[in-house]
Design a protein around this ligand. Structure first.
Ligand SMILES: [Zn+2]
Length: 102
């Protein structure tokens, strides 16, 4: 099944098959991140949006399913163009919520 491999350095995404081994960026040869089939790559010049996507990836949020995409949009991103700091704050709140629910 195809997925979206993202290079956060080049701010590019490549639709390729899934792989257990991270695929390398065709441009800079660094390991890319599998962002999931439902990932919508931001425009290359939209640095802020790419930064937000990097934060999501670092915290383990990927767009593997339609549901995960909806969850990320509604619970984490919320706004159309959220600030990086706000996104991190909401991820931390979600973590707390999960800990408290256990
Ligand atoms: Zn690259």
């Amino acid at each position: 099944m195809f997925t979206h491999w993202a290079c956060f350095d080049c701010r590019k995404s490549f639709a390729k098959d899934e792989s257990d081994v991270p695929r390398k960026c065709p441009e800079c040869a660094k390991a890319m991140t599998d962002m999931g089939a439902y990932f919508e790559p931001p425009r290359r010049l939209n640095k802020k949006r790419w930064e937000v996507m990097k934060v999501l990836a670092d915290y383990g949020y990927w767009f593997n399913t339609k549901d995960s995409k909806i969850y990320i949009q509604n619970r984490i991103l919320q706004a159309k163009n959220p600030r990086v700091a706000d996104v991190i704050e909401r991820i931390e709140l979600e973590k707390q919520r999960k800990i408290n629910a256990e």
